[in-house]
Ligand binder design. Structure first.
Ligand SMILES: CC(=O)SCCNC(=O)CCNC(=O)[C@H](O)C(C)(C)COP(=O)(O)OP(=O)(O)OC[C@H]1O[C@@H](n2cnc3c(N)ncnc32)[C@H](O)[C@@H]1OP(=O)(O)O
Length: 451
């Protein structure tokens, strides 16, 4: 039986700062960000937006666009690493907002929960929902990914910021893509990127892995709780490469294949914390699976050879053919954490939609990653109704309408110094800023639907 994604909707932050303006303000060469990392715009939430708002808007869009009968939905599972409460999941907020809009009790039969494992939480939610639909093919589930990728000002993560959500309907006999039931996973507990709820003693994390220099450079206690992560960028890249490589070769084993697996993938969709992450990290898998090199991670020669292969014409052609369609949206949005891999899929589909390319039957390979760290590798087959299912999506048209802000406004938004929305929307969920007006209501958040 086929199980997969039947419909997709999204809601991304509508404000953006052109990346060359950030580069100028920070004294970074714009070419490094644009040509080295593939960044063009960085999206940022407006005053009336938080994680719940993005999730609720993507979900409402999905329900309205697909005319979904909520009685048929058995699960709303959320992938997020930007939750706003340690106990109440985003899924609970979403259920109450949907009941506010579509009728009291309309989702009371529905299971709802959040999945958190950094950027891979959405894939975990989807895998779980697909197992459920395989067991009960007449039932349907919705996966929502919602996050705000906010980093410290002046940090190396700053230029990769982005925000938004996707909502996906998971069914049997899906219209867009059906996933094969081969899932390869690689997990290792590391501290490459994390957001501690409480102050965390350095002694509890030192010695966990090989980035000890970085740990030594941290304060004795990491001061918490803030929206921005504590991270070691280059180490997180190494963990990304290690986990995806391990999961990829496990996948090859699961498939019992002697062939170069990626040759059977028409497109490759990877977790993209920034646009060119996939192409920068995939050289090792590319070279190992084609037997161009033998693995020897510690040797300098090996690392230099990988760099050379990355620059080769053959690899650049490979990137253009298989990876580049997934990168387009990422360049214009920035990181979506749990949503990044799904936005990569939507970007790929939207690219082929716009170019009228027939892709039904094509096999897409997926390499997902979440810090902390875990990778899952799986594949899916594009279904014959994918074009019709994408008709209302309008990804690139929507991104085109994004509102440009200047650097000063961006910095003020980042520091939460802006009181009034820059771009107030119509027909959307917004955060009611009652908390700011009434200091006795610390932690209380209210949401309203704006007509
Ligand atoms: C959250 C996760 O998903 S974990 C995995 C990823 N980690 C993160 O996203 C954490 C947050 N992000 C970061 O810390 C950083 O943005 C990083 C680590 C991803 C990137 O770090 P930086 O130090 O900014 O960049 P880095 O030096 O690694 O790479 C710059 C690239 O631009 C290239 N470059 C530099 N200058 C130029 C130029 N003028 N023209 C063209 N390319 C240039 C470099 O050659 C290099 O590319 P290459 O290695 O492919 O050759």
């Amino acid at each position: 039986m086929k199980v997969g994604i039947d419909a997709i909707s999204f809601d991304v932050a509508k404000l953006h700062l052109p990346i060359h303006e950030l580069a100028k303000a920070r004294g970074i060469e714009a070419a490094k960000l644009e040509k080295g990392l593939g960044l063009l715009k960085m999206t940022f939430p407006d005053v009336h937006q938080d994680t719940v708002v993005f999730g609720a808007n993507a979900l409402t869009k999905l329900i309205l666009e697909q005319n979904i009968n909520l009685n048929e939905i058995s699960r709303i599972y959320v992938g997020t690493e930007s939750s706003i409460d340690s106990s109440k999941p985003i899924a609970s907020f979403l259920v109450s907002l949907m009941e506010q809009k579509f009728g009291q009790g309309c989702l009371s039969h529905c299971d709802a929960v959040d999945f958190t494992f950094a950027c891979i939480g959405g894939v975990d939610a989807m895998q779980n929902c697909m197992d459920f639909v395989r067991l009960y093919p007449e039932k349907k589930a919705i996966v929502v990914t919602c996050d705000i990728a906010k980093y410290d000002l002046n940090s190396t993560g700053e230029y990769t910021q982005g925000a938004g959500a996707l909502a996906m309907l998971i069914t049997s006999n899906p219209s867009i893509i059906a996933f094969e039931n081969h899932w390869a996973t690689s997990t290792k507990g590391v501290f490459d990127f994390f957001k501690p709820y409480r102050s965390i003693a350095k002694s509890s994390i030192t010695g966990s892995d090989n980035n000890e220099d970085w740990f030594s450079s941290l304060e004795t206690e990491i001061e918490i709780h803030k929206d921005q992560p504590v991270f070691d960028g280059q180490y997180s890249n190494q963990c990304y490469m290690d986990r995806t490589r391990e999961a990829y070769f496990l996948f090859k084993k699961l498939k019992n294949s002697e062939e170069t697996i990626y040759n059977s993938w028409a497109s490759i969709v990877m977790h993209l914390p920034y646009s060119f992450q996939g192409r920068r990290m995939l050289t090792e898998i590319y070279a190992l699976d084609s037997k161009e090199i033998e693995m020897d991670v510690q040797s300098l020669d090996y690392q230099n050879k990988l760099k050379e292969i990355g620059k080769s014409e053959a690899y650049q052609n490979f990137v253009t053919e298989k990876l580049q369609p997934a990168e387009i949206a990422s360049s214009l949005i920035g990181n979506l954490y749990t949503g990044s891999v799904f936005m990569g899929l939507l970007s790929t589909l939207s690219h082929f939609y716009a170019n009228d390319t027939p892709i039904e039957g094509n096999v897409f390979g997926f390499l997902a990653y979440g810090s902390g760290s875990k990778s899952k590798v799986f594949e899916g087959v594009v279904q014959s109704n994918w074009r019709a299912a994408l008709e209302k999506t309008q990804l690139f048209e929507t991104l085109e309408k994004s509102h440009k802000i200047d650097f000063t406004t961006y910095e003020k938004l980042h520091k939460k110094e802006v009181k009034k929305s820059v771009c107030f929307p119509k027909k959307e969920w917004v955060l009611d800023l009652i908390e700011k007006e009434n200091p006795n209501l610390i932690g209380a958040r209210y949401y309203k639907w704006i007509e």
